[in-house]
Design a protein. Structure first.
Lengths: 256, 401
């Protein structure tokens, strides 16, 4: 068990989330460990994406959303009134389901985040752009066309650009919401390799519908059903000897 | 043929018919304007003053009549008096009236040195393109422009002295009105765009979906349907006194006109901009916020550049309205046609210029058509140039690949 020596980045306790009258998350309790990949699996509408978005407070954008309970990031409740949301989002980056680069040049896409934080030094920006693209395994493909529109890239490249854009903020955690669901198998494989690679430096939480993907790349897996976590633990155990019947049924494809 | 087939053919025929009718109507209008207007279309019309100055003059003492030979070749219908060194021809002026026009004055001709009988400078000279109205002689019948250039030259050759020469500088140009129109476009956009775009950003990005904001939206929509003449009255009641108070203006002026136009345009600009903000994908908003950008940074760095083409459409619509508006301007600026255009003075846009021409007795339909043609050309040029500029911008920004 590697969990003992690992530090907890997030500690979630008694989390309830409501969209208006509907309860989307019920009594979620789960730790997220440092420099590990945590996979969130479960059927559509089970609340895993909603949970992911509570971690960087993107749910704030939904007007009817109400949250109770504790979401502690380094022992600090991120839903406390004095929380610096912008600071949190620079620490906890996010990659979305559909590749969504800004319709700007490749360079400007990466430089956008640092520039928003007030960075103006050209050399520093150049360095960040290069570093981020290298970490996202995209540098060799785009180094000669940084001034071109990001929309001219392929879907897989766009998604890696989005990852690079997140890395440019030097975050600690990267949240990924089904990052490969819009991509072909080759692009998916590249992103998976990248995620395994990024694990060295970042804590990653990934929502996925792809069981093999969860099994291949994650260290911990949480199985969501109807807004509850049915089972959470080491990916190896969950996939080989699940404790709950529902988990087993879902993983083996008997429902969901 | 089955029943269904007949039905489909009917619907198809209806859409084809509708497209044909609308296209035909548009082509007919443009064609009609063109056929009526192209005859008077020339560069002088665009560059000349509207007001013609009429001078009444006589010759200074001690002039010499000579044999003013010239090497120039004149057209068939140009008549030259070697005795006076003056060539005249029959022509129509910029407004389409028959006149006798000076085509050449010999450098040594006595007509270069005329004594002004009216106000203004005392020594004046006859120049090319001036219109001769009347030449009066001692003891002979006057030569009138209505009887043609040929007779005027013959009469001149028969006489050794001129008692009185009445002539006019070229007038009827629309330079002043064109300048006014351009001033109005620029000023109105300066007033209307920032306010309209700002209001649209507020409504679409910041305003909560509550009763007040829904009412505000409905209100703006209602304003688009208000006849412009009512805005004109408002301009007369509010903006004219305002500009008189703030500037050295004493009457309705270009600034008050632009303000009135800006108010007319606001609802259009707000609605069009809002529509273009709505179609910017939420993905961009989420991505920007997730990168730790603030709401304001998201709006101004990501949303606005993406809504650019929509804002441009708003601008084009606005320009169209500015050029086409006449009713409101009659109140807000006035209808007096000016050659020297000042922002704080009354003046006339091209559309109102047409109105003035048509209220003349008799109505000058040909000139109106020509101005309409010029308006069409201005709109076309502005449209194309703005589209080109925006394409460049969007390429540079990366919206277009």
């Amino acid at each position: 068990m590697t969990t003992i020596e690992n530090k907890k980045t997030f500690e979630i306790k008694n989390l309830d989330l409501f969209y208006g009258e509907t309860q989307a998350l019920k009594q979620i309790e789960i730790p997220i460990y440092e420099k590990e990949v945590t996979a969130l699996i479960g059927p559509s509408g089970c609340g895993k994406s909603t949970f992911l978005r509570t971690l960087n407070r993107m749910n704030d954008l939904v007007e009817s959303c109400k949250i109770t309970g504790d979401v502690k990031y380094h022992n600090e409740n991120i839903y406390a009134p004095q929380m610096d949301i912008i600071g949190l989002r620079t620490q906890v980056g996010m990659v979305f389901q559909k590749p969504n680069p800004f319709p700007m040049s490749i360079y400007e896409n990466i430089a956008y985040g640092p520039k928003c934080q007030g960075m103006k030094n050209k050399q520093e920006l150049n360095q960040i752009v290069e570093e981020s693209l290298k970490k996202a395994a995209l540098w060799d493909e785009v180094k000669n066309r940084l001034k071109e529109s990001a929309l001219s890239l392929s879907g897989g490249q766009q998604q890696r650009l989005c990852i690079a854009r997140t890395i440019a903020m030097k975050p600690e955690v990267i949240l990924m919401d089904e990052p490969t669901s819009a991509l072909d198998p080759v692009a998916t494989a590249k992103i998976e390799d990248l995620i395994v690679d990024l694990k060295k430096d970042y804590t990653i939480v990934i929502v996925t519908h792809n069981m093999q993907q969860a099994a291949r790349i994650s260290d911990k897996t949480a199985f969501f059903l109807m807004g509850e976590i049915i089972e959470f633990g080491d990916t190896n155990f969950i996939f080989s000897t699940p404790k709950h019947k529902q988990t087993e049924n879902y993983i083996t494809g008997r429902f969901g | 043929m089955s029943n269904r087939n007949v039905k489909e053919k009917t619907y198809l025929g209806m859409t084809y018919g509708a497209a044909f009718v609308s296209l035909a109507v548009l082509i007919m209008i443009i064609g009609y304007v063109f056929i009526n207007g192209y005859k008077l279309l020339n560069f002088d019309l665009i560059t000349h003053n509207y007001t013609a100055v009429t001078y009444i003059s006589d010759l200074d003492e001690g002039f010499v009549l000579n044999n003013y030979e010239t090497q120039r070749d004149f057209d068939e219908d140009t008549y030259y008096s070697t005795k006076w060194g003056l060539a005249l021809t029959d022509d129509t002026d910029l407004q389409g009236k028959n006149v006798v026009v000076v085509t050449y004055v010999h450098p040594d001709s006595p007509l270069n040195n005329l004594h002004n009988k009216g106000v203004g400078q005392s020594i004046i000279e006859l120049k090319i393109d001036y219109e001769i109205i009347r030449i009066a002689f001692d003891g002979a019948a006057s030569a009138l422009s209505s009887r043609g250039a040929s007779l005027m030259i013959t009469t001149l050759d028969d006489n050794d002295d001129i008692r009185e020469l009445e002539f006019a500088t070229t007038g009827g140009g629309i330079r002043g009105s064109i300048i006014t129109t351009l001033y109005l476009i620029v000023l109105t956009l300066i007033f209307a765009l920032p306010i309209g775009v700002g209001a649209a950003i507020y409504l679409n990005e910041y305003a909560k979906n509550n009763k007040f904001n829904r009412m505000l939206r409905n209100f703006i929509e209602t304003l688009t349907g208000v006849p412009s003449i009512i805005y004109g009255l408002m301009g007369l009641a509010v903006f004219v006194p305002l500009t008189i108070g703030l500037t050295k203006a004493t009457t309705g002026n270009i600034i008050s006109g632009a303000m009135t136009l800006a108010v007319i345009l606001l609802p259009v600009v707000i609605r069009t901009t809002e529509e273009s903000l709505k179609v910017v994908p939420d993905d961009y908003r989420y991505a920007s916020l997730a990168l730790g950008a603030s709401k304001t940074q998201t709006v101004f760095k990501v949303i606005l550049p993406n809504a650019f083409s929509g804002i441009l459409t708003a601008t084009l619509l606005a320009i169209g309205r500015i050029i086409g508006e006449s009713a409101a301007l009659v109140f807000a600026i006035g209808t007096s046609i000016k050659d020297d255009v000042y922002l704080t003075d009354r003046s006339t846009s091209l559309a109102v210029h047409i109105w003035s021409m048509m209220t003349d007795e008799p109505a000058n339909f040909e000139l109106s058509s020509t101005i309409a043609l010029i308006i069409l050309m201005i709109v076309l040029v502005l449209n194309i140039s703005i589209k080109l500029i925006s394409k460049r911008f969007m390429r540079k920004y990366g919206v277009l690949t």
